[in-house]
Every structure is written in C-alpha cells, then in structure tokens.
Design a protein around this ligand. Structure first.
Ligand SMILES: [Zn+2]
Ligand SMILES: [Zn+2]
Length: 348
C-alpha cells in the first residue's frame, strides 16, 4: 500500500510522510520533533516505523527539527552534499566563520595536536598514552554512519599533509554531545541520480531556489509515482519533464501576486520571493497546470502557501480555473496542504 501524508506545509515548517511497501520516508523535518511526532500520531503514522529522512534543502522551514528527530529515531538522513554542508554551517553560527575558515581552524588544531604528540614522543611517552580519548577512527553510532560523523572531518584529512598528521587530523573537533550537527548516519545523493530507500525509488531533481543545492523529488513505489516540487522560483524544463506521468502532484502555490505586491513584506523580501530562485506564485502554478502539465495525476496538492501573501481560497480558485480549462483535467482531485494541520493520508 502506498500512502502520502502531508504533516505540514508552509514557511513555518514542512514535512511529509511517504510510505510504500515496508518503507516509510519522512520528507523534510521542518517542525519540532515533538510536533512532528504529535502530528504523525494524529494522522495515523507511527514515528518509530520511519526508515529515513530525505531533505530538499537547508532552509529552516525544512530542517528545523531534523537533528533531534534523526537522533531520537536513530535513522539516516539523505542530503545532497551541498545541502548537508549548508545545514552544518547554519547550525554552527556561533563560530561566525566560513566553511573555508572552519577547515583552516581544524587544520591548525590538528597541527597543534601533532606538535604536542611529537613533543610527548620526544619526551619518551607512548603515542597511545598521549592520544585524546576520542581520537582514532570514529566509532560507528547505533545506525553505523556510512559517512555521517566523519564527513566534517573528511575534507580536513584531504587538506592536511599526508603522513602521521592524517590520523590526528580526522579526530573529531567536538564530542558527539557537543556537536549540533551530529547525526546517526548521513547518506549523500545527487540531483539527477535516482536511488532507492527500501521499497521506495527516489528521483531527485534540481529546482531553482536560493539554497545551496535544492531538489524536488519523484517517489515511486508499487507502480505509483508521486511528484514533489515546492520552493522553486519558476518551473524550468527539467522540472516539467520530471512532473509528467505522476499519479500525485504536490506543487507549490506560494503567493498571490497582487497580495504579495501590496502586502507587508519589505521590498527586498518581495524581490526575493518573486525572483527566479524564490517561490512559485498561484499564477505560475496555474500556468503550469494549464499548459505544462500532462493531467495524469489523480491528486494535485497545492502546497507551501504563504500565510501573509495568499489565501487558501485564492490558491484553490486559481488552480481550479486552470484545471477546468481542460476537460481532461476534471478528474484531477485538488487538495490544499496546510501549515497548522495535517492533510489526511492519500492512499493508492
Ligand atoms: Zn520552504
Ligand atoms: Zn526554501
């Protein structure tokens, strides 16, 4: 059985559960862990049965509850490398440094440790006695990180001089408890390269949005295809191609152009939302439904509606007008995903 449950959608948090066969995936974790679990239970989903979390991009409304949720469940998180790095930077703002500066600091610390080790050796102590408790290969966590905790250290190892310093350079800078970016396991994927999580095939594709490496997804399980595209400034040909032949289409319908123009946002934010890497308007979504979409989906879900610059009824009417313009689309069932309540699971 395939099931699709939107737990929340909008600029205050996004999260969806996709189930197929024996596999359950959480797409984005933009609510607090507590709220995520609460909504899952209300929606008849069991948090403990989730197998993985996949992330579209690093904006806080998509990753706000990620670390706590992944740790609590002990499950892997799938990111693109760019998104993972951006997420790590976002979580460590107190360092106030760029990724390059952070690497440099790690390198310096490794060199200092090496110098101390050398001094100790010269003084006749053994290497082992001098190593800090957490040095050496990082022991796998409960879910055995394939890349997880080591990722942060990996580039440092590459950057460090080869030789004796290498092992020390890969020593974690922070302990697991101190490190806000620690996850039970991290898996990398790339846009354009499909992969599988259990019984669900995942096809990630690039979307135009102002994040490090944002993606949309097509999920496929038991012959059912589900397209997932929010947080995109416009619909380029690659996205159009991905969203053909889907049985369920979740599409952003972020703002009404007029409401945004006359609304409360500062001019610079309005420009950002309207830009080619911002968010999809009701009008742009409806233009796609009318002219770019093949009409194959049994369900069209409008998502990521702005609370300041949109009204559910406006989004609905605009999309309905587009769908009713084509007789072949009348069978499409139109639904709206909301910010403050889940959308009852859709079954196939
Ligand atoms: Zn968003
Ligand atoms: Zn975003």
């Amino acid at each position: 059985m395939v099931r699709f449950t939107v737990l929340a959608s909008g600029s205050k948090g996004n999260s969806t559960v996709v189930s197929g066969g024996r596999t359950r995936i959480l797409v984005d974790a933009g609510l607090s862990c507590r709220e995520l679990f609460r909504r899952m239970k209300l929606a008849g989903e069991e948090p403990e049965t989730l197998n993985a979390i996949v992330i579209t991009h690093e904006h806080s409304d998509h990753v706000g509850g990620l670390a706590v949720t992944a740790r609590k469940l002990g499950i892997p998180v799938y990111f693109t490398e760019g998104t993972h790095r951006a997420w790590m930077r976002w979580l460590t703002p107190r360092r106030q440094m760029t990724y390059a500066q952070w690497l440099e600091r790690c390198r310096r610390q490794a060199a200092e440790r090496q110098a101390e080790a050398d001094t100790a050796r010269d003084a006749g102590e053994t290497d082992e006695a001098d190593l800090p408790a957490e040095s050496g290969p990082v022991s796998p966590g409960p879910a055995s990180p394939t890349m997880g905790r080591m990722d942060a250290a990996e580039p440092i190892t590459e950057a460090a001089d080869p030789g004796p310093a290498t092992e020390q350079a890969s020593t974690p800078v922070l302990s697991r408890r101190e490190d806000p970016t620690w996850l039970p396991a991290v898996e990398y994927f790339q846009a354009g390269q499909p992969f599988e999580i259990g019984d669900i095939a995942v096809s990630p594709f690039t979307i135009p949005h102002d994040a490090a490496d944002p993606v949309g997804f097509v999920f496929r399980s038991e012959g059912v295809r589900m397209g997932f595209a929010t947080d995109l400034g416009y619909i380029p040909p690659n996205v159009k191609a991905q969203l053909t032949g889907v049985d369920l289409l979740l599409l952003e319908s972020n703002h009404d152009l007029e409401m945004l123009r006359d609304g409360p946002y500062p001019w610079s934010v309005k420009q950002r939302v309207l830009s080619r890497v911002g968010h999809l308007s009701n009008e742009a979504a409806s233009e796609f439904l009318q002219n770019g979409y093949d009409g194959q989906a049994a369900y069209v879900i409008l998502a990521h509606l702005s609370e300041s610059n949109n009204l559910p009824e406006l989004a609905r009417v605009t999309a309905e007008r587009a769908l009713s313009g084509r007789a072949s689309l009348l069978a499409n069932r139109l639904l709206l995903a909301a910010q403050h309540e889940f959308l009852s699971g859709i079954y196939f």
